[in-house]
Design a protein around this ligand. Structure first.
Ligand code: GLU
Length: 496
């Protein structure tokens, strides 16, 4: 039974660029809160800035959330009781609320032209004053304002921010933040094209959608008191506000860019979930990793599957402190989650990567491969480099790998021909074959490592592979023999 009342949380992205891990973490926390309390998680698209709106960004964010298993209960694609869930379709709602604020004296119509505002700003700059609306239209009589509106004069709607007193905005994890009202601006709520700005649209939507918890980026802290004032002007009770911690670059220096991959792991690592999918990360590893970027359960538990995240997540344990994005930790989690996958499941997960690499791998071949690669890959994508040879026709090793360590080409060719005979005579690629190959190495005065290394090059084309005999068993005797013979004759040619 949920111990707290059902929460209605929302993730409200503006689809203007690629979907990054910062957004994914906010959505994850929203989702966990809703699932834990038996509430609802709502996806709302904040596309009021039509100039910057990018439909591919909306697709990417939905695909990313789906991939991460962060499913929403109400949203633009599935509807819900508070539809529409796209702000561009809610224009009349904001206009109605703006008119209500004007009528009650908490907002006013402003007719100042952009030229006048620019000039005002210049003068403020000269006087070293902060840029702020000077209040010219604040005291226009209602009738006068209405006359100018009726005459078609362009106008915006501004909040009538109190000039006296203070506003205290309370963030659940940061405590109260108090500002002098005189330091706040008369912010624009509705632009001259009738479209609402975030300050009005998001507050109205959160209210109309009965949102109980607003989890958002700490970029909104500077305008947080304004948002509290808007709630107060409407006489609405405040939701629970939480401004999440900032992500820093892996170096710990500077805020993570939202637009670019960052330097991590000694190379470039992506901050975009869909790239992480392509790079072979498991969604459950990414979710576990993201959950801990701003939240902790205690000082040592790190592995959380979804049910335990839903059970253990708590807002009270969110931290406001910035944290560096730690890709080694992601690799570590990914390895752990890969090792926990049963054969069938690992086979199913690597299949798309083989297909993507143009390799035709049957499900049951992959299932047999799973135990051979499970311990050796950190990402699903690495299975291609490690095990692609199973499905390639041509596995001839690069010249610079030949003839193998401490061997001449002639020795190597001879050793392979002898090994070929043993493999041909052996019924199975098992311990008995291994023993006879070891005996062969002894007889030829080679180390077992040298002989197996050579065979590995012949059969896999590469110096590193999953366990050799097991790999040979999967490839099957005819192909193994062919590959060994091919390398033997190539080495013969070298020797000649
Ligand atoms: N559309 C805003 C953004 O993407 C949402 C902030 C919020 O969650 O209220 O930053």
């Amino acid at each position: 039974m949920p111990s707290t009342p059902p929460a209605r949380s929302r993730f409200a992205p503006s689809p203007t660029g690629r979907f990054h891990i910062g957004g994914a973490r906010t959505a994850l926390y929203d989702y966990l809160l809703a699932r834990q309390t038996g509430g609802q998680f709502i996806l709302r698209i904040e596309d009021t800035d039509q100039k910057r709106f990018d439909p591919s960004a909306e697709r990417e964010l939905m695909d990313s959330l789906r991939w991460l298993g962060i499913d929403w209960d109400e949203g633009p694609d599935i509807g819900g009781p508070c539809a529409p869930y796209r702000q561009s379709e809610r224009k009349p709602i904001y206009q109605r609320y703006a008119a209500d604020l004007v009528q009650r004296g908490h907002a006013y119509t402003c007719f100042c032209s952009s030229e006048r505002l620019a000039q005002m700003r210049q003068e403020q700059q000269k006087r070293k004053q902060p840029p702020r609306y000077d209040g010219t239209c604040r005291s226009l009589a209602t009738a006068e304002a209405q006359k100018r509106i009726d005459a078609g004069e362009p106008h915006v709607v501004r909040l009538r921010t109190p000039r006296q007193g203070k506003t205290t905005a309370v963030d659940l994890i940061r405590g109260p933040i108090t500002v002098e009202n005189a330091d706040l601006d008369d912010y624009i709520l509705l632009k001259s094209d009738g479209l609402a700005l975030y300050h009005l649209a998001a507050m109205v939507d959160d209210r109309e959608m009965a949102i109980t918890h607003v989890l958002r980026s700490s970029e909104w802290l500077p305008t947080f008191p304004l948002h509290v004032l808007i709630y107060q002007a409407f006489e609405w009770p405040q939701p629970v506000w939480v401004h999440l911690s900032v992500f820093l670059n892996p170096s710990g220096k500077g805020k993570m860019s939202k637009r670019h991959a960052v330097d991590g792991k000694g190379g470039v690592a992506s901050i975009f979930p869909l790239d992480m999918r392509a790079d072979g990360y498991l969604p459950e590893a990414v979710v576990n990793w993201l959950a801990l970027m701003g939240w902790s359960y205690d000082d040592h538990t790190e592995l959380f599957d979804r049910p335990s995240l839903i059970e253990k997540f708590s807002l009270a344990k969110l931290t406001p402190s910035p944290a560096a994005v730690n890709y080694s930790k992601l690799d570590h989690f990914n390895g752990l989650y890969i090792r926990a996958l049963p054969d069938d499941e690992l086979a199913r997960r690597v299949a798309p990567y083989f297909a993507q690499a143009g390799l035709k791998a049957e499900a049951d071949q992959l299932r047999r491969l799973a135990p051979l690669i499970r311990e050796r890959i950190r990402t699903l994508e690495e299975s291609i480099e490690l095990a692609g040879f199973f499905f390639r026709d041509d596995v001839s090793p690069a010249d610079d790998l030949l003839p193998g360590k401490d061997l001449t080409a002639r020795q190597a060719a001879q050793a392979l021909s002898r090994a070929q005979a043993l493999i041909g005579a052996s019924g199975a690629m098992d311990g008995a074959l291994e023993a006879s190959l070891r005996a062969l190495a002894d007889e030829l005065g080679l180390s077992a490592g040298a002989l197996f290394g050579l065979l590995r090059l012949a059969v896999t084309g590469q110096p590193v592979s999953p366990a050799l005999l097991e790999s040979m068993a999967i490839i099957g005797q005819p192909t193994v023999l062919q590959r060994v013979a091919a390398l033997a004759s190539r080495l013969e040619a070298f020797a000649a």
